[in-house]
Design a protein around this ligand. Structure first.
Ligand code: HPA
Length: 265
């Protein structure tokens, strides 16, 4: 099995970034993850996992997040970079902007958000003070700024909704008051499960639309995917530049690897 230290979770199309690609299915205790691509970027081993399945067929509320993260961990991934489409709740953050996620608010309802079910007779609460890897976040910010002349926002707060429906304007007003800058449906529990496996997790979000009630017309059903596709080249070049700059060893700029250090598990 190919072992890789870097994983990319993203939408269809981003995997064309990889050279010498192999497609593998990965068995996990939570089910089989199909069509994971392994390959290299600039000589560095990278795994690509399409969050919504290879043909974009799995809706957010049915994604098998535990299987996905377990599969990446099994392949040796220590650092994950993800792409995610978001709506903007923030007047100064228009569609087309890029955002580096820093905090999240969890409004999901029906997802299993942990690997630790108490089966070992112990309870474990993972720390979420710094949910997104600061070392990767810094590099993503710098490289996103250097490859594009659009606005790149640091320290962005993401609200994760259950979906698959979009929000009501009242919900958007409410989450804005609570501190959300952008809204999406997939970062939770992905970011949480990655930390439970002591992995670094970072997210480069593309603002695809104004959130509900903020634009003149309602959001179309295909708009988000279309915009994501149009921006693949930008996302790809940011990722390859970050991969190029990542120090081989973790720990210099983050504590993600120590997530389980004080856990009695
Ligand atoms: N709401 C929720 N998820 C999203 C949106 C949105 O407006 N845009 C892209 N993903």
């Amino acid at each position: 099995m190919v072992m890789s230290h870097i994983g990319i979770i993203g939408g269809s199309g981003v995997y064309t970034l990889l050279e010498k690609t192999k497609v593998v299915d990965v068995d996990t205790p939570f089910g089989r993850v199909k069509e994971v691509r392994t390959g290299t970027i600039g000589g560095i081993d990278v795994v690509f996992l399409p969050r919504h399945g290879s043909g974009h067929s799995i809706p957010p509320h049915r994604i098998n997040f535990r299987a996905n993260i377990f599969a990446l961990h099994k392949l040796g991934v220590e650092r994950i970079m993800s792409t995610t489409a978001v709506g903007s709740c923030h007047n100064q953050m228009p569609p087309g902007s890029l955002a580096i996620l820093d905090q999240f608010l969890d409004f999901t309802k029906n997802r299993i958000t942990t690997f630790y079910e108490g089966d070992e007779g112990r309870v474990f609460h993972v720390d979420m003070t710094t949910p997104y890897c600061p070392e990767m976040g810094k590099l993503l910010l710098e490289e996103a700024k250097s490859v594009t002349n659009r606005e790149v926002f640091p320290e962005v707060t993401y609200a994760c909704m259950e979906g698959p429906r979009y929000e009501t304007p009242a919900e958007i007003n409410a989450i804005r008051v609570l501190g959300a800058d952008v809204v999406g449906m997939t970062n939770v529990p992905e970011v949480v499960l990655a930390r439970e496996k002591s992995m670094c997790y970072s997210s480069l979000a593309l603002v695809t639309n104004w959130a509900a009630g903020m634009a003149d017309s309602p959001l179309g059903t295909t708009e988000v995917v279309e915009l994501m596709k149009k921006n693949i080249e930008v996302l790809k070049s940011v990722f390859s530049r970050v991969i190029d700059r990542l120090p081989e060893e973790r720990g210099g700029g983050c504590d993600c690897a120590k997530a389980l250090d004080d856990a009695e598990i």
